[in-house]
Design a protein around this ligand. Structure first.
Ligand code: ZN
Length: 229
């Protein structure tokens, strides 16, 4: 799997007042183009989180509740940003509704679909682009459990096929990660099972040695190469 990413300008402001760290400053090319326009139109916002690597997702999950595991967050694919909401509202003298309107005008939709300021994820925005309806349709604003369905739909539209790994691809990916030393022959023998278990332990999955859909998706993401355009 190849992650398609574009670099974001160095001028992006981090909530700490410093520039956004370089490792965080990449995004899916469509979303990146929109963010550059958003920065131009607003005079610049302030960000707490942009791109998240597999390692950062794993660490965030260990320290914070509700963080998606590696390979399952919009941040991993460059479709999501977390805004420094309090800082932005203060600096711009905007209401929260004004901020969400500005974001939506640029194709960015708050993860929370009930417009509540101050509650969990009110800072998280997903890029659905100029035709957001098909993503928004997957969400019931009244049911928090469906709020992630929009960005998940977007991720699966772009990368879904890459999440289904053939046995040889599983072995090859584990080999790339230096977790498998056997032959890439598609034979899921004891060496492969042990390697899958080791991978599952390292990435917070149930270590059952079976490469089910969740393990395949995590492996596809962890072993993905990045193409910066
Ligand atoms: Zn977020």
């Amino acid at each position: 799997m190849e992650l398609l990413l574009a670099e974001l300008p160095e001028t992006l402001k981090h909530y700490t007042g410093k520039p956004v760290p370089k490792w965080m400053r990449v995004m899916h090319p469509d979303a990146a183009a929109s963010l550059v326009q958003l920065e131009k139109d607003t005079g610049g916002l302030s960000y707490t989180d942009i791109w998240r690597s597999a390692e950062v997702s794993l660490a965030a999950r260990a320290s914070k509740q509700g963080v998606q595991p590696p390979g399952f967050s919009g941040h991993n694919y460059g479709f999501s940003v977390d805004l420094d909401i309090d800082g932005i509202l203060k600096a711009k003298k905007w209401t929260y509704a004004q901020l969400t309107a500005v974001m939506e005008n640029h194709g960015w939709y708050c993860h929370r679909r009930d417009g509540q300021y101050g509650k969990s994820e009110c800072w998280h925005f997903n890029y659905f682009g100029p035709l957001p309806e098909r993503f928004l349709k997957a969400i019931d604003p009244k049911k928090a459990s469906t709020w992630s369905a929009g960005v998940e739909k977007r991720i699966v539209e772009v990368y879904g096929e890459d999440f289904e790994l053939k046995p040889t691809t599983i072995q090859y990916s584990l080999k790339q990660l230096k977790m498998y030393v056997g032959a890439v022959d598609g034979q899921m023998g004891p060496i492969t099972t042990a390697a899958i278990k080791a991978f599952q332990r390292a990435w917070g999955l149930t270590p059952d040695g079976q490469a089910g859909p969740k393990t395949q998706r995590t492996l596809a993401f962890v072993a993905a190469t990045k193409k910066i355009v």
